[in-house]
Design a binder for this molecule. Sequence first.
Ligand code: FAD
Length: 459
Amino acid sequence: MAVTPSVVWFRDDLRLDDNPALMTAVRRGDPVVAVYILDEESAGIRPFGGAAKWWLHESLTSLASGLDGLGARLVLRRGPAEQVLPSLVAEIGASAVYWNRRYGAAERAVDARLKTRLRDEGIDVASFAASLLYEPWTIATGQGTPYSVFTPFWRACQASSPPRAPLDAPTAVDGWAGQVASDDLTGWALLPTRPDWAGGLRDAWSPGEASAHRLLEEFLTEKLDNYAGDRDVPAESATSGLSPHLRWGEISPYRVLHETDEARRGATGRTAEGASRFITELGWREFASHVLFAAPELATVNWRREFDAFPWPPLNEDALHAWQRGQTGIPIVDAGMRELWRTGAMHNRVRMIVGSFLTKNLLIDWRLGEQWFWDTLVDADASSNAFNWQWIAGSGADAAPYFRVFNPELQAKKFDPHGEYIRQNVPEWKTDGYPEPIVDLAASRRAALAAYDVVTRSK
Ligand code: FAD
């Protein structure tokens, strides 16, 4: 009987470790064809931003080399997945297709249609949980509705069946020996060329599974003790740096949870506190995804619909531009925005400060902030980015109360007391070359609160 290959379709799971789709194909015993499809055409699937494309290129290179080491090749194809996958399956005569699930509405619709179609053709198709610890349809309130507040959500997660143990990476993959064409990654032009603005990203990051595991190990052995105390201090490298690796699935949340639990076992004091706090942050990641699952338009539609009445003034393009370029004259804001531009990331505390500044002091719609982050963050994530922008703007699930307008100067005093983070990112701070503030903090705060009155009155 002719040998028929199994296809493993890689998406947001660019790893070999704890990859149930890959493991299922390996255990099935037939030769494996691994494929990544660059789908920029399917309706509703949001095209990647610039920093994300850079990361994807590097991550695919790393995944291809990992697969190669195990005996298989990564095939690259481009186009709408609903055309590309079935034609690959037909071309190689595959009898099975496996993938790990994704949670955006458009992505789920594509996957569901593909599942039906391939099964109708007699193909064995299965999908697996690999990117979230808790499947969104398994966590609901007593009334069967999705949670809108984090604390009860996370309590319900922790009271449900514990996440499975992570699976080890296969020691070998029997790669299919037949001919199968692949695109050339360079031809996808994911890397910036004219100009090549990715130098700072290259200095700051090493995409790929190996560095994700290194970062986790380093975090658990060296940073856990100080995590709870220092995680809000941007000048300290006190957090894990795992967000882009989690975003692209280079490391599994099951692996992160498992290793953190191991580190917590028997620990007391600051280590135990650090581990618990870190696991709660993974909980926020889950919450954001569950909220997106229930509200697929999270990047564009106010989660609290009364915010539809918010009276955004006409867009001040100069102010938006100054914010994007880190030229607002508010040092902590400029430091954050320049860190983002240079490295493709920004410390969480500073993300909140720049978000509050944009939406409240500058009265610029949170969607424009979300879009800028989408284009510039290496961890740009459909759920976490939209969720956190709505959180800071006050329109989101379990959001910061609107009237909590961050005062960037007080925030800087508290979290960057020696101005270390500001100096790292704004070398001309305190010189004549540094711009005057583009907005008066006290007056703009008052204007924001007055605008919010309209929302309160519309309820
Ligand atoms: P750690 O402190 O080490 O946390 C561990 C992990 O927990 C993170 O890697 C991340 O996966 C998760 N996590 C931590 N905080 C949050 C949070 N508030 N929401 C959801 N997950 C969290 N995170 C993204 O991954 N992608 C985004 O696009 C994104 N956009 C954001 C936009 C705004 C306006 C704000 C305020 C926050 C955003 N975050 C986003 C959340 C957070 O800033 C980053 O996850 C964090 O800075 C990553 O650093 P770390 O990996 O060192 O975090």
